[in-house]
Design a binder for this molecule. Structure first.
Ligand code: CP
Length: 304
């Protein structure tokens, strides 16, 4: 085991990423195993979640482990003013690993510095969502057969979208990725990520619309415009319906192109796409169980 914590996708090497993806493929074939017998895992969600929390809890149950935790800060002693440090130090006494989602960027890194058990970042504000990235990579490799030479379109909220930030960094580890960033002006990909790609000499393009270039995509990664990240509700109203992917738009796309979305969606993918063979987002969410089984067992040193 090279890393005790998973806070940022950049904590993992390419080799370690492939180990996780290969392990996830094993769990897909055989998801019910007793590897977490006598292990207690804490799931601390200070922000709402459906997929991340429940796929982690499903992963734990299928491996014979137990989980404890809370689904909102209001039901914990955080509501009485307890600090994150005290919460983490306490829960570390009760568990073998802490999986946490928190609205503040950097909170998982901070927790990893005070915890005596491994910390897994299940999303920290607009910063990172590395376990989502690993399931995204699993989904991309499964549908494309490779992680090299891919043209990936990121569409929607590229400013606050933590899944975009983590995935673009991960894709930089593979050969010859081309990035197309499609967003409203207000939600453009932040300069720090463009600088990251510039330093690596990687190609990226920014667009307001993608109807003319959609035929070149291998992956279209749709994202939600996130109401909860806006301090000005008018800015949200202005941008919320910027992109709606509809079935007829897929007609000119490559036969092997797949539409991914970390979900939840609001209306950025029309429901008439759901039955199309190029819609992969619900299978992507299923892949989260296998990938999270791989992450937990890898970090705990139960599987190599
Ligand atoms: N993809 C994702 O993080 O979904 P949830 O917010 O439902 O966990």
């Amino acid at each position: 085991m090279e890393n005790k914590n998973l806070v940022s996708i950049t904590d993992y090497s390419k080799k370690e990423i492939f180990e996780i993806l290969d392990l996830a493929a094993e769990f897909e074939k055989n998801p019910n195993q007793d590897l977490l017998k006598n292990k207690v895992i804490a799931t601390l969600f200070f922000e709402p979640s459906t997929r991340t929390r429940l796929s982690f809890e499903s992963a734990i149950c299928r491996l014979g482990g137990k989980y404890i935790g809370f689904t909102e800060a209001a039901s914990s002693s955080v509501a009485k003013g307890e600090s994150l440090k005290d919460t983490i130090m306490t829960v570390a006494n009760y568990s073998d690993m802490i999986i946490m989602r928190h609205p503040i960027e950097g909170s998982a890194r901070w927790a990893s510095e005070v915890s005596r058990v491994p910390i897994v970042n299940a999303g920290d504000g607009a910063n990172q969502h590395p376990t989502q990235t690993l399931l995204d990579l699993y989904s991309i490799r499964k549908t494309q057969g490779t992680l090299d030479n891919l043209n990936i379109f990121f569409v929607g909220d590229l400013k606050y979208g933590r899944t975009v930030h983590s995935l673009l960094q991960a894709m930089s580890m593979f050969e010859n990725t081309t990035y197309n960033f499609i967003s409203p002006e207000e939600l453009r990909i932040p300069d720090e990520y463009k600088l990251f790609l510039d330093k690596k000499g990687l190609k990226y393009y920014e667009h307001r619309d993608f109807s003319d270039i959609i035929a070149h995509a291998d992956i279209i990664y749709m994202t939600r415009i996130q109401r909860e990240r806006f301090s000005d509700p008018m800015e949200y109203e202005k941008t919320k319906n910027s992109y709606v992917l509809k079935r007829d738009m897929l007609a000119s796309t490559k036969s092997n192109m797949r539409v991914l979305h970390p979900l939840p969606r609001v209306n950025e993918i029309h429901t008439n796409v759901d039955e199309n063979e190029k819609a992969y987002y619900f299978t992507q969410a299923l892949n989260g169980v296998y990938t999270r089984q791989a992450i937990i067992t890898h970090i705990l040193g139960l599987k190599k």
